[in-house]
Ligand binder design. Structure first.
Ligand code: PMV
Length: 354
């Protein structure tokens, strides 16, 4: 009976932070210097699907990403695999006379295949969806009997932001204060039904790979930016409380104000880093201007924008009507032209190519 194979499949979407995580206090365990809040994208859009298999005939752990084999030797993969193997449970299938005991998982090997449902070349590839999905599918396969919060602490060791992708809706990652990271976990603030009028539009400004990875960018900011220290200690704690309130009350004006301010402060920290890091480009800045002017003209915010470690704009519209107007405006300011680098929009599950 050594020809068997067990499999599990899971899907996890990416998430977008509205109060950003930037800076680690422990690089190996991936412990942040401040709390962060994000929303998880609808799983039909921008998500990873991962199938994991185990069989005694597998000689080593192997992984394929979008059909191409990648190395699992990196510390982040190894940490996730080790943590999961340590928590594996017994598995028994009486009808087939199969039994895997806890300790057997340490000797068995996995084959892992993961796909993103968005073009990797679109520059939206996110390790958040990938690691959340990897940890969740392996936890199911190995019968890991832990709360999702504890699984989030494992996903965190793959990529910090991944811990927030284990929940839908709005999610907070609490930085925690334990040295071993046991309390640096994600918690769901509200589920995806709480504020379902919001519509997300992503403007794909550049599909090129970012020049400074979030890992090295954060390290440089922690070492050189005094604004980062001020932000983590004096700004974010209050902002987190205000953001939680505005989400609870579905207060879009306050939500938009905080979201835009926090994105801008994160990019200000990047500029305050030595040497400075530029994630946004001219097109990103033009988008900010368009949204700011529109919000000012209306008197109350219609759209919030936020940018991660790259030039792509994630915009959150108050409702569907506003989203339609926003798209019209974007197409007006950025008609198909070689003069700018905005070449597609992702609205819901549709990629709108110009
Ligand atoms: O988890 P990482 O290493 O991909 O870092 C994510 C950093 C930001 O996306 C810029 C902010 C965030 O909180 O997601």
């Amino acid at each position: 009976l050594d020809k068997w194979m067990l499999m599990a499949t899971a899907r996890a979407p990416t998430n977008i932070a509205v109060i950003k995580y930037w800076g680690k206090r422990d690089e190996t365990l991936i412990l942040p210097i401040n709390d962060s809040i994000s929303f998880t994208i609808d799983p039909d859009h921008l998500s990873a699907t991962t199938t994991v298999a185990v069989s005694p005939s597998f000689q080593e752990d192997r992984m394929w990403l979008n059909g191409k084999e990648i190395s699992l030797s990196g510390g982040r993969y190894q940490n996730c695999l080790r943590e999961l193997r340590n928590r594996a449970g017994d598995f028994e299938d009486k009808t087939r006379g199969m039994q895997i005991r806890k300790e057997d998982w340490k000797k068995l090997h996995f084959h892992i295949a993961s796909y993103n449902n968005f073009p990797t070349a679109a520059g939206l590839a996110s390790s958040a969806a990938g690691f959340a999905c990897l940890v969740f599918s392996l936890a199911k396969l190995m019968n890991v009997n832990e709360e999702i919060g504890q699984l989030s602490a494992i996903a965190r060791q793959g990529s910090g932001s991944a811990c927030r992708s284990l929940f839908g809706g709005f999610v907070k990652w609490t930085m925690g204060n334990q040295a071993n990271g046991s309390d640096s976990i994600a918690v769901q603030l509200v589920d995806e039904t709480h504020w379902d009028e919001l519509v997300i539009i992503v403007a794909v400004v550049s599909s090129r790979q970012k020049e400074t990875s979030s890992t090295s960018g954060m390290r440089e900011s922690v070492e050189t930016s005094s604004l980062l220290q001020h932000r983590a200690q004096a700004i974010v704690p209050n902002r987190i409380l205000q953001m939680e309130e505005s989400i609870k009350n579905r207060d879009f004006s306050s939500f938009a104000r905080l979201t835009c301010a926090d994105s801008n402060q994160f990019h200000a920290v990047c500029l305050d880093t030595s040497p400075p890091i530029f994630y946004m480009n001219d097109t990103s800045h033009r988008i900010i201007n368009i949204v700011e002017k529109w919000n000012q003209h209306e008197g109350i915010p219609q759209v919030a924008y936020t940018f991660d470690a790259g030039p792509n704009a994630v915009m959150i519209a108050r409702n569907r009507k506003t989203a339609t107007l926003l798209l019209q405006r974007l197409l007006f300011y950025f008609p198909p032209s070689p003069d700018h680098d905005l070449n597609s929009y992702v609205l819901g599950d549709k990629t709108i190519l110009q």
